[in-house]
Design a protein around this ligand. Structure first.
Ligand SMILES: Nc1nc2c(ncn2[C@@H]2O[C@H](COP(=O)(O)OP(=O)(O)OP(=O)(O)O)[C@@H](O)[C@H]2O)c(=O)[nH]1
Ligand SMILES: [Mg+2]
Length: 321
């Protein structure tokens, strides 16, 4: 099938192919393998098959509204697929198209100075680890990077990011425990301007708090950053733990109401069989997924790639492909 072939070709050319295949192995073993198992009892597109596909989507954490939309789209033309292989390829194409229909939004780099990226999210979602991975990624791309240890709330948080920074050989701007995080961000922005930093990553605290306080704190951080560097923060990335599945979507909504989130990073994709949550995020939140955490090593954070994601979740690719 030509449509499917084009996704496969894109994936084949990707440098991140192996990372996607390994990182999404758990999801593929439940999601992809279950789709393939439908071949045992395939007699065309009927209500039973549609119901099975719906179940597979739901168990992959695609979420009911999103799953229903996908199945409806599939049903429109699916009946033309007369054998299992073409049905499977068509279904994969529908998943791909479902994500791909909105044009990709790219990172807003500041053309006139440091680009400030604020990392936000609930505790344990992976903000600090992701900050470190981003430092490593942009450093490897030849950017001058620095990090602000703006989590002054949790004991040990400053040391955690500081140790990463030392290991990666990048500057870390720190305050004291319990200092106002916004004041550390001010120091970070000033350091970035004085030292021609290209990308300044701000690792913030993941304390659980009510929406009003969260809003106030995030608003203050953004306001002080903008006072130092025009247009800052250029990006606010919400870090979500993929293993929390649909709960992540409710968490996301709280942050979306509290601040201007410009992108999502989904961590721990390697630790879940419920990787379908990416489709649900796209459909319900309309915020681009920028990166996927596909493992614990610094280079396991990969830019989001639809073909990689869909192929990694479904068919994968054999060694001879
Ligand atoms: N397997 C895997 N583990 C990850 C990934 N990203 C983060 N982790 C792990 O998740 C745990 C929490 O990560 P942190 O980066 O400390 O999370 P945080 O959001 O900064 O947490 P707080 O500072 O408490 O708010 C750590 O053990 C990380 O190693 C990922 O993509 N894959
Ligand atoms: Mg942290």
């Amino acid at each position: 099938m030509a449509l499917f072939q084009s996704i496969r070709d894109k994936f084949k050319k990707s440098n991140d192919k192996d990372k996607y295949l390994t990182g999404l192995d758990k999801s593929r073993r439940s999601f992809g393998d279950r789709i393939r198992a439908l071949s045992n009892n395939f007699h065309g597109i009927d209500d039973d098959l549609l119901e099975e596909l719906m179940m597979i989507l739901l168990e992959g954490d695609v979420g009911i509204q999103t799953a229903q939309k996908i199945v409806d789209r599939f049903e429109e033309h699916g009946a033309e697929m007369k054998n299992f292989d073409s049905m499977e390829d068509y279904f994969i194409y529908i998943l791909y198209e479902f994500y791909d229909e909105v044009p990709e939004e790219y990172i807003h780099f500041n053309p006139d100075g440091p680009t400030v990226i604020l990392m936000v999210g609930v505790n344990g979602s992976g903000k600090t680890t992701t900050s470190a991975k981003l430092l490593s990624l942009y450093k490897d791309l030849g950017k001058k990077v620095a990090v602000v240890a703006a989590d002054t709330f949790r004991a040990g948080a400053i040391d955690q990011i500081d140790q990463w920074a030392t290991r990666l050989g990048v500057p870390c701007i720190k305050g004291k425990p319990n200092q106002d995080p916004s004041s550390v961000i001010v120091d970070g922005c000033r350091y970035a301007k004085e030292n021609d930093i290209d990308i300044l990553i701000c690792d913030t605290a993941g304390r659980l708090q009510n929406k009003t306080n969260l809003m106030k704190e995030l608003e203050k951080m953004s306001r002080v950053a903008a006072r130092e560097i025009e247009g800052a923060p250029q990006e606010v990335w919400l870090v979500l733990d993929a293993t929390t599945g649909q709960n992540g979507i409710s968490q996301a909504n709280v942050f979306l109401e509290a601040t201007n989130v410009t992108g999502i990073v989904l961590t721990k994709m390697d630790g879940t069989a419920k990787g379908g949550v990416v489709l649900s995020i796209h459909d319900q939140l309309h915020i681009p997924v920028r990166f996927l955490g596909l493992g614990e090593k610094p280079d396991d954070l990969r830019p989001f790639d639809v073909a990689g994601y869909i192929m990694g979740m479904t068919k994968g690719m054999s060694a001879n492909d």
